[in-house]
Design a protein. Structure first.
Length: 133
């Protein structure tokens, strides 16, 4: 599956950092990338700074580190399985909350659309419409 991890520190901020870490993740050995992430987080861990990183999914030993490193992790992908295939929605992209530190979240995948007005619109009623609650 094609996936990207979107990571977000959700805090009101005077300064925001938006960054794709995929080139660094692909170009550095895993241990150096871990050191980079740790140092960077220490540097920007201030109340007036928020960080939004995008990282391509990793199937190796780096994946648990990425998930543990961030407060919130969202997985974006196009499914080819399960409920979404049965509902005929397998071509639609979905987002799934993998982690939200300190919050209870629904980790099922939800279809979404990006609209020019309104931004990302998540189909929050998807499972009710499918009879799944």
């Amino acid at each position: 599956r094609s996936a990207a991890f979107l990571t977000l520190f959700v805090v009101p901020a005077l300064y925001s950092i938006l960054d794709s870490l995929t080139p660094l993740m692909m170009g550095l050995p895993a241990e150096q990338f871990k050191i980079f992430l740790t140092r960077r987080r220490q540097l920007v861990n201030e109340p007036d700074i928020s960080v939004f990183d995008t990282v391509m999914s990793s199937a190796d030993a780096l994946q648990p580190y990425l998930t543990n490193h961030y407060d919130m992790v969202v997985d974006l992908y196009t499914p080819d399985w399960g409920d979404l295939r049965m509902a005929g929605d397998s071509e639609k992209p979905v987002m799934r909350m993998v982690k939200a530190r300190g919050l209870k979240v629904d980790t099922r995948p939800y279809p979404y659309k990006v609209r020019s007005e309104g931004g990302v619109v998540v189909q929050k009623e998807f499972y009710r419409a499918q009879g799944g609650g």
